[in-house]
Ligand binder design. Structure first.
Ligand code: SF4
Length: 272
């Protein structure tokens, strides 16, 4: 039988995830464009901007997808729900297409339009009702899944950002899974948490096993490692805080304890 992953790896990722979860709220860098990020961070006054950005986050560079609400605001001359709900589908299609395409897929204009209609009809124009009142995490994920074009990856990503970054309280966090993007999958694989070429489901279920009460707690730590150090071609293991317990680093001779890299290695977490 294949041995399970090193429990120290799960513990270290969870420790980092819990530190991020407990940290005070700070402005989130969604796009790198100040005005676009300001709109998305205004979750109290413009919660629909966050929801519509989530709907757009498909098959497009994240910074560009998350910039769509701000660009829509510019092209439509405002972004209040009152203004948005007065727009026709034809008008939304028009501003998605001109003067440049907002999204690589033309039908995303329809997704945005139906998202606006859903916020109006199901939530009386207040998208914050999706997560108000500390609902169970399953309810939040389900409410995102009910929007056209949203699958489990986006729904759990939305719930994770709300809980971790916007500090929105939920009754529980059982249904907040990892969003297994390329960074998370690569890091899980190199850390020996899943087998080579693991599916999204394998990554999701491994995270559930690591922390059943809040599987998504390890999402940002794994994503950070992937973005900062665990590059696809040349991982910078010497700078990574997992190096002394990472099987991939040991296999390529980069473990910082002389190649021993065993379970008894020091569990201090450098750099955090
Ligand atoms: S030690 Fe290296 S291979 Fe392991 S997770 Fe960190 S960067 Fe990736």
């Amino acid at each position: 039988m294949r041995p399970g992953p090193n429990p120290l790896i799960a513990a270290r990722l969870v420790e980092r995830g819990e530190a991020l979860f407990r940290a005070p709220r700070v402005p989130i860098r969604f796009t790198g464009l100040a005005a676009a990020d300001a709109l998305l961070n205004d979750i109290e006054e413009q919660p629909h901007a966050f929801v519509i950005a989530c709907l757009m986050d498909r098959q497009l560079k994240a910074e560009r997808a998350w910039g769509i609400p701000f660009e829509l605001s510019r092209r439509l001359g405002g972004f209040s729900m009152a203004h948005l709900q007065s727009q026709t589908l034809e008008r939304i299609r028009e501003v998605f297409a001109h003067p440049t395409k907002l999204h690589r897929y033309d039908h995303m204009a329809d997704i945005a339009y139906r998202g606006i209609r859903r916020i109006v009809e199901e939530y009386r124009g207040d998208a914050a009702a999706i997560w108000a009142g500390a609902p169970p995490s399953a309810e939040v994920v389900l409410r995102f899944l009910e929007f056209d074009g949203v699958g489990p990856k986006i729904a759990t990503m939305a719930a994770n950002i709300l809980a971790r970054d916007f500090k929105i309280p939920f009754a529980d966090y059982y249904s907040v899974d990892v969003s297994a993007d390329m960074h998370v999958r690569r890091v899980f694989e190199r850390l020996g948490l899943v087998q080579s070429k693991a599916s999204v489901d394998e990554v999701v279920y491994r995270a559930r096993g690591m922390h059943p009460a809040f599987p998504g707690i390890v999402d940002l730590p794994a994503w950070e490692i992937g973005r900062e150090w665990c590059h696809a071609k040349t991982p910078d293991c010497g700078a990574c805080y997992m190096v002394n317990i990472c099987p991939h680093a040991a296999a390529v001779g980069l473990c910082d304890d002389g190649g021993r890299c065993d379970d008894a290695a020091d569990d201090d977490t450098p750099g955090i």
